[in-house]
Design a protein around this ligand. Sequence first.
Ligand code: ATR
Length: 304
Amino acid sequence: MTPTSSAPGASVTVDTQPAVAQNYRMSDSYGVVGHPVAHSWSPFIHGLFARESGQSMTYPLYDFTPEEFEPRVRELFAQGGRGLNITVPHKMAAVGIATRLTPRAAHAGAVNTLAMQKDGTILGDNTDGAGLVRDLCDNLGLVIIRRRILIVGAGGAARGVIAPLLALEPREIVITNRTAERAESLAQAFAKLGSVQGVGIGYIGGGPFDLVINATSASLSNDLPPITATIIGPETVCYDMAYGKTDTPFVQWSLDKGCARAAQGWGMLIEQAAESFRVWRGIKPATASVLTALKERALGLGAP
Ligand code: ATR
């Protein structure tokens, strides 16, 4: 199986304990599966986690089409693979590969982390929501309890973060979407977990929100979802789950409308990766230095 190796972060093999690896075992094999996947920063991120935490592991990119996804992932595990990250468009298909799902993966209806267990079964987990929550709370210092949150978008990215956000007991989560019915049915699916409602974009009431999260894929095509400025106030924090070299259209728009601050999803990217790493290796890697290194590499920001 030939991994792709033309990514910005490049395919990496990290072996910081060569003596241990040579004497006792081969490097454990992980990787990320997507289509396309050459743009993925995951090998760069996991390579740094492995180096910083002294783990011996390989982490290449695998570009599998939807047709070849299941057989080739099963083949990787049959060949001794320890775990995989799963990215677009395979997160829902990966549910069918897992023998068992974590509750957060079951809620999300999607898997971004597969982990081979000692008994030969495959655990399916979803670390996206945990990644967002860590970035919001630990990195950006936000308080979620009793706050009003607006999630824009009702696709897979939104679905994956609703349960972890509700667990932090916000006053309410409002989901809005270009296609209103998707927002309504997504809200219904989570109604048992807390205060969550789905509305069409023209029906968002209640004034400015404390936190507005863009979970649409609009930024990927340099678009802005059709939201109105009434959702933004001077205290509002805006967060785009997408990320780019420059401010996304949503981040630009939010700042123009006078929000308190706006961030894009680089921190979520790192934190969800760290949570996958913890699921696989039992170690929570430090993330601050990796975020700095990623931004330096991805955004071309050198040290001052
Ligand atoms: P993902 O897994 O990234 O969430 P998805 O399941 O295809 O991808 O969902 C994409 C989300 O972005 C949807 O909420 C979609 O809105 P619709 O349900 O109306 O299609 C939203 N979206 C994508 N492009 C958009 C745009 N230009 N403006 C507004 N919403 C957009």
